[in-house]
Design a protein around this ligand. Structure first.
Ligand code: PRX
Length: 635
């Protein structure tokens, strides 16, 4: 029996049992079976959720790029590693073999070194979905630099905040990007951000849209000429198992985004293992994940997981609606995609369009369909299953987080029977627990619990960059000796999990994690705004949309409300990015508050969601009268 590749339900249960009874033995066997190590570990696991401190494969030495690239060269050098499908279908796609990937990553790594980047330095990558993005990520890993990819839809101030938080020495960007029919001036955004960042001394610029941009003397360099002159071999840096591999920022319910730190060996082992099993990837398959590498899904399941399995991974630069709503299905036909991994929000948006967009294309290559990022509603699940999978490709509803590094709860296709809206069973090595509000673990069939994990897994984030205390408070303080996910979940009678949504002030909009506090901070920057509260409300495409309640200062009263709404959204766009814009903004004279001054978001959420039948007891509020007013004027 292979621990690395699980093929049936019985095998799943056997492997799962072993992974719980003898976790260290189990993970050591997985790590032994599939990877190349410079030096094996002395100790598989040490952990303490109190501190918290977790170490996997201590003493081991490796380089993740040798596992993702070098070792495939002998047997699979001419196989496609990356297929790049551009934004515009009229532009030719690009096929990058493992040999070519090796040369390009090594050349890039040499450029980084020549620019003075060394092991442990932080490099910010702010690029569109072009091959240079994956290649720069791998080049950093090659020399032990810590990459911090920032999604290229974030604004200049969001970018600056992330660059400064981890003191990035270098930024890698492009002259611009294509997004559907639009072009975006990425370099301009970087220039603006860097006005606030004294830590960044060099900027490498890839050419994508051939626009006329400003190059700052002494700081900015075009990437291509440097690559052209760089040697195509670069010795991989020896990394300790627990050396940081990357930082990736995720929104929290309060303040600054959290720079989650992932380390090398455990992250590699777990993303590779989960990729193999969740997608049942076979040697000649073409796998496509539609996420952006700016998010964790792209890190783990476009770059590291697939390449660690010698897979062919497709990178798509565009959007599902350009040039029309058939674009995804056209790409599947064109590249004969076998595994397709996307988000419920995309499925819902495409399900609204005419079925002709789907039926025009041959989707018979598909074997497995994936979903990630938010709960998938029943209607979207069935549409995906009927029209895309033609009822023959199992849907893997994969639950996980930036913090978990890899997929945690998911069916194994052709093994675990699927059930709409259920992420089903924990993968080997993952020990979930449902807790009640008082910290008691709930056993068996439960309709309302808080999801925790009670044992470490190899790809968990080890800390928040520069703020271990916040890491401890956010994830390890709510429940003793457990990692708290922030999600609510239920468990059915056979042990299947269904994730019901966030139980904190994080709202998932179109699959993106948004903390309410940073958006409220942005809204409050408007000179006419006195106070604001933001909640989510159900939206049929985005899953959730944002609803803002805003109290105006005296100076703002009497001003045109529609103009104010536009200005507020403009500020949000500048501070965070367009993904955080509010769908609805209601102006009000008060916000319901507890006697200790906390805003009662529960009430605001219900009003925003038009569910006012049971608002609960409002009599203990400091200002119950404002609830009437808010209900009367609700949008
Ligand atoms: O609430 C859960 C939701 O997305 C959150 C994690 O967001 P992020 O760190 O941005 O990572 C997204 C991609 C892994 C979770 O706490 N979530 C993710 N996948 C699912 C999900 N909710 C329900 N079902 C899922 N399959």
């Amino acid at each position: 029996m292979s621990n690395y590749h699980i093929k049936g339900l019985e095998e799943y249960y056997n492997v799962y049992r072993k992974s719980v009874n003898k976790p260290e033995e189990f993970w050591a066997e997985v790590a032994d079976e599939h990877f190349v190590w410079r030096k094996k570990w002395d100790n598989v696991l040490s952990w303490d959720f109190e501190k918290p401190e977790v170490k996997w494969f201590e003493g081991a030495q490796l380089n993740i790029t040798e596992n993702c690239i070098d070792r495939h060269l002998l047997t699979n050098g001419d196989k496609n590693a990356i297929i790049f499908e551009p934004n515009d279908p009229k532009e030719a796609s690009e096929h990058i073999t493992y040999h070519q990937l090796s040369e390009r990553v090594n050349a890039f790594a040499n450029v980084l070194k020549a620019e003075g980047i060394t092991k442990g330095d932080r490099v910010c990558i702010y690029l569109p979905m072009i091959p240079e993005l994956a290649i720069s990520v791998l080049a950093c890993a090659r020399i032990g630099a810590i990459h911090s990819v920032v999604f290229a839809g974030f604004s200049s101030s969001a970018l600056a905040m992330r660059i400064n938080d981890s003191n990035c020495k270098m930024v890698i960007t492009s002259d611009g990007s294509y997004r559907g029919a639009k072009t975006i001036d990425l370099k301009g955004i970087v220039d603006e951000a860097l006005e606030e960042c004294s830590c960044t001394t060099s900027v490498l610029v890839a050419k994508r849209i051939n626009s006329d941009i400003n190059m700052k003397e002494g700081r900015d360099k075009w990437l291509q000429p440097l690559l052209d002159h760089a040697p195509k071999q670069c010795k991989a840096e020896t990394m300790d198992a627990e050396d940081p591999l990357f930082i990736l920022y995720t929104s929290g319910s309060t303040g600054m985004p959290k720079g989650m730190v992932h380390t090398t060996a455990g992250y590699m082992v777990n993303t590779a293992f989960t990729f193999k099993n969740v997608f049942q990837y076979q040697n000649d398959d073409v796998y496509w994940c539609t996420a952006d590498i700016g998010w964790i899904t792209g890190h783990s399941y476009i770059v590291y997981g697939p390449l660690a399995n010698g897979a062919t991974t497709l990178m798509f630069e565009g959007v599902p609606s350009y040039p029309d709503f058939g674009r995804f299905w056209e790409v599947i036909e064109k590249h004969k995609v076998n595994q397709f991994y996307t988000a419920p929000t995309a499925i819902r948006a495409l399900a609204k369009e005419n079925l002709d967009f789907v039926e025009k294309y041959d989707l018979s290559s598909l074997k497995v369909l994936g979903s990630v990022g938010e709960p998938i509603n029943e209607e979207a699940w069935h549409w995906y299953n009927d029209n895309i999978g033609k009822k023959k490709s199992p849907i893997v509803d994969t639950w996980w987080q930036t913090e978990t590094g890899g997929i945690m709860i998911s069916p194994i296709p052709f093994a675990t029977p699927t059930k709409p809206t259920y992420a089903t069973l924990p993968l080997p090595g993952i020990q979930p627990a449902l807790m009640d509000e008082n910290g008691k673990e709930l056993e068996g069939n439960q309709v309302d619990g808080r999801l925790c994990i009670k044992f470490p897994w190899p790809s968990m984030a080890r800390t928040i960059w520069g703020n271990h205390q916040r890491y401890k408070e956010t994830y390890f303080s709510a429940y003793e000796n457990k990692y708290f996910t922030g999600d609510g979940a239920l468990r059915d009678e056979v042990g299947y999990y269904r994730i019901t949504g966030r139980v904190d002030d994080v709202i998932i909009v179109s699959g993106h994690n948004l903390g309410t506090a940073p958006i409220e901070d942005a809204v409050n920057e408007h000179p006419a705004v006195a106070e604001s509260a933001i909640v989510g409300f159900p939206h049929d495409v985005k899953g959730n949309a944002l609803y803002g309640y805003v109290i105006l200062k005296e100076t703002g009263e009497g001003r045109d409300h529609d103009n104010l709404r536009k200005e507020i959204n403009q500020i949000i766009t500048e501070h965070i990015g367009p993904i955080a814009k509010l769908d609805k903004i209601q102006f009000t004279s008060g916000l319901p508050k507890t006697r200790s001054g906390k805003i009662m978001r529960r009430i605001l959420r219900k009003i925003a969601g038009k569910d006012t039948s049971n608002l609960g007891d409002t009599s203990t509020l400091l200002n119950p009268e404002c609830v009437e007013e808010i209900m009367k004027n609700a949008l």
